[in-house]
Design a protein around this ligand. Structure first.
Ligand code: SF4
Length: 328
């Protein structure tokens, strides 16, 4: 197995595209061979991304009452959860949070709203106005995650100054009907294609630990590769009471790390960002995400849960002797 891992990594560095069959074989790596897999993923990360790491932050700008029924989501109106529910927050709150994110070392700041998608009208105008202010008042790159979008809306947000559109696929196409039945996977795919066509960077990944098989994780990575997204956020399910997946088990830290490493080998030049569920799934092994091939992580609070204080995250990167990417 060790020779196989090294050969696959050498092939990837030589420009080969890792096929699903080889990725499945890598998913069988166990024991001390895992450390070699992590080391090779780390070598590939360093080759494409250097010794730097990026931080991003988000604001939950509009929370709850979502008509979609994503099985994991605390914000779905299909679930009875204890989260805060509120309409689109004031422009000043969004801009102030962008300033805090910048001070905390983030290079990208995401304005996230619950719901199927933001329609043209008052809310969209306010978000565009806020994006313009963030561009004027900070050096951080504004990103939006507003649900299913069409090309014209993507273009409008780009003209306002938005750099990146974020929209997760959530999971593999073949597993999606077990997770969400209120919209179609292709609606998400079309959103990503529209954002790319509008000339935006696209940040698109999913959530691991929803009950999908390893083969389905690999299937999702293949779809992300086909869509040629720029950044791949990897979330690990942190079950919320009241959701359909409230009784789901956490992934083991080693399974999370193995999944990250395989994503790095499948998507060698992409920005792989570890986001929600880091603390609860990785626990003491959080710093290993970079050894397994991650190139960035979310810092600060998540959508409905609190994260670690950003100082701790920055110290972790310093201890790993990684240089923090800074705003241009
Ligand atoms: S993941 Fe997004 S679309 Fe799905 S229920 Fe939650 S807020 Fe709605």
């Amino acid at each position: 197995m060790r020779q196989f891992i090294q050969k696959v990594a050498d092939d990837v560095l030589g420009g080969a595209v890792l096929d699903a069959g080889t990725a499945i074989r890598l998913s069988e790596v166990s024991g001390s061979d895992l450390y070699l897999l992590f080391a090779e993923a780390s070598r590939i990360r360093e080759y494409f991304k250097g010794k730097t790491a990026s931080l991003c932050s988000i604001i939950n700008a509009k929370s709850g009452r979502c008509p979609e029924n994503c099985a994991f989501c605390a914000q779905s109106s299909a679930h009875a959860t204890n989260i805060a529910v509120y309409p689109l927050v004031d422009d000043d709150v969004i801009v102030d949070c962008a300033k805090s994110a910048e001070l905390n070392g983030a290079v990208c700041y995401g304005i996230v709203t619950s719901g199927t998608g933001i329609q043209p009208g008052e809310e969209l105008e306010r978000i565009c106005r806020t994006v313009r202010r963030i561009r004027q008042e900070t050096a951080i790159e504004p990103s939006c995650s507003l649900g299913i979008m069409d090309y014209d809306t993507c273009l409008k947000l780009k003209e306002a100054g938005m750099v990146t559109y974020h929209h997760n696929l959530e999971t593999a196409r073949s597993f999606f009907p077990s997770i969400c039945t209120s919209h179609d996977y292709e609606d998400d795919v079309r959103t990503i294609q529209a954002a790319k066509r509008a000339g935006l960077n696209v940040c698109c990944g999913g959530i691991l630990g929803l009950g999908e098989s390893f083969a389905q994780r690999i299937e999702m990575a293949e779809t992300l590769r086909e869509l040629d997204v720029d950044s791949v956020p990897m979330n690990f399910l942190d079950p919320v009471e009241g959701t359909k997946l409230s009784d789901a088990c956490f992934l083991t830290p080693m399974e999370c790390l193995k999944t990250i490493a395989i994503f790095r080998l499948m998507l060698p030049a992409k920005n792989i960002i570890v986001c929600g569920g880091r603390e609860t799934n990785l626990r003491e092994l959080q710093s290993w995400i970079f050894l397994a091939g991650t190139s960035g992580m979310m810092t600060g609070n998540y959508l409905t849960k609190t994260g670690r204080v950003p100082e701790v995250d920055r110290q972790m990167l310093a201890d790993l002797e990684l240089t923090l990417e800074v705003c241009a």
